[in-house]
Design a protein. Sequence first.
Length: 141
Amino acid sequence: MSISSSGAVPLLSNQAQVLIVDDYADNRLVLKILLQLWGTFVLEAGNGLEAVEVVRRELPQLVLMDLSMPLMDGFEATRLLKSTPDTMHIPIVAISAHCSDPRVCAQALAAGCVDCIGKPMDLKKVEALLRTFTQSATKSE
C-alpha cells in the first residue's frame, strides 16, 4: 500500500466518519493514516462485535469491514447491521485478502456489503468508494 499515490491533500470537503474494522492493529493503523490524510475522521474496531457496538453508537457514513476476525466475523456483523433499521442504510465494504476469491465476494455481497476489496488494497478503488459513499451520505443528511 502506497500512501503517496493521492498525496496529503484532503479529498473530502467535509470530515466524513469512517469505521475501520480489522483484528490486526497494524492494518487498521495504515488505513487510518491514509484516511486521515484524505480528510476523514476514523473510528476503529478490532472485531465484528465491537464494530456492531461502534456503528450503533456513532452511525458512521461508511464501514470498511475485514471478514475474518475473532468473536464475530465480518459476514455476521454485516448481516446484523443490515437487519437493524437504524444501521441498515450504512454502506459496508468488505476488505479482505480472501476477496480475490469470487465466492468470498459473493458471500460478502449476500451478507449486505456494497463492495469487496482485496488485500493488498487498490488505493484508487478505496478513494473512489470513500468519495461515493461519504459524499452521498452527507447530501442525504
